[in-house]
Design a protein around this ligand. Sequence first.
Ligand code: ZN
Length: 442
Amino acid sequence: MIKWRGYVLELKLNNTQTALCYNSAGVARFAYNNRLAIISNNYKEFKISQNANKYKIKLGTAIDWYKDLILLKKEKTWISQVSKCCGQESLRDLEQAFKRFFAKKSGYPKFKKRGQRDSFRLCGQTFIASNYAQLPILGKIRLKEKNYPIHEGKIKLSQATVSRQADRWFVSFFIKEDIETPELSQLEDISINDILGVDLGIKELAITSEGNTFKNPKAYKSHLKKLQRYQRMVSRRIKGSNNRKKAITRLSRVHKRVADIRNDTVHKLTSSLVKAKPKAIVIETLKPKNMSKNHKLASSILDSSFGKIRDTLKYKCAWARIHLIMAPTFYASSRYCSVCGHKHNELKLSDREWTCSNCGVHHDRDVNAAKNLQYYALWLMDKHSPSGKYITSLARGESSVSSTQSYACGDERLQFLTEQCSSLKQEFKLQSKYIKEFNESV
Ligand SMILES: [Zn+2]
């Protein structure tokens, strides 16, 4: 299947090229802010209607705005020193931002600030080769990483974005690639061993139902002291001084390092989950924003980048054709006993291990939660056994289902799912029916 795949590569710039990059980002920012200021000043006058077509007449389009920018070139000669794309493309971004605003998808466009998210987009004669990127005006720029993503020759790009993180510059672009995608497996063919329950946590970043753990590097926490020290250094320097600029660069390098560690962890985790080739992966629908309302845990939760894990897993599963199942937040996966389904209400956040009072099985908190997530998928597919015995025999390593096991309490987990999640089950079945029909029609 032909897919667009995104890449970000670091550039090895010389001094002239670095200066040019700063200037290009400056022009892009100027074009954006200048037009935004004009529009904002006349905002009341325009009395922009919510209708997207009407606004075109009143606001003009990116093309009209660019014509105005050309007129400014005589007076501000630095605009013509960089590629014309810088201004054009950032005006297009502004147009898009206003479209999103009128469609009520996002807020009113904001002004760009110098030194924050510096970037510009280039199109036209842009190429990527094994060891250089060729960009308009900037020319050939060496890449820090060689032979990635291509080994020989060069590929024409439709566009490339150059952006700055700390004091390093990166080029990002999309290439059309033929990605091998296996067929999505039918629900009927899926057994318990094909389903991977993944419990995301703070202490360990992730634990699978098979018992594999992934460490949480806690990048922010481990760099906190350094960040605080560098932040203090910035605030003690005189505003506008060169020493302050240096301190800011030093600080932003640490921020970049933290972001890099997080990014790396997320990709390693998601890749290894997908590479185990399960037919389905089950995770909890986590809402980091809601969770971080608990102030004691807030920084730890945000440091675990759950949102990024979910998003990355989404596309990697789609490419590897793995069913990604999201268990609802209100399914208390850590509280149920994965063997008998008894709910352990007394469980505290600090309890790492506990013993089920109903069946007497000793549980590791996170592995148990992962197994309950796995059970959720089985239940969605109608593959759970009504009494939970299927799971019981597996958890105890028994080969055959034990004949008669009776517990004091009933299966509260199953009861909960039947009562609270039946609409989710219907939705899931409907979706998989569509997928099946789609697969058959192709
Ligand atoms: Zn139990």
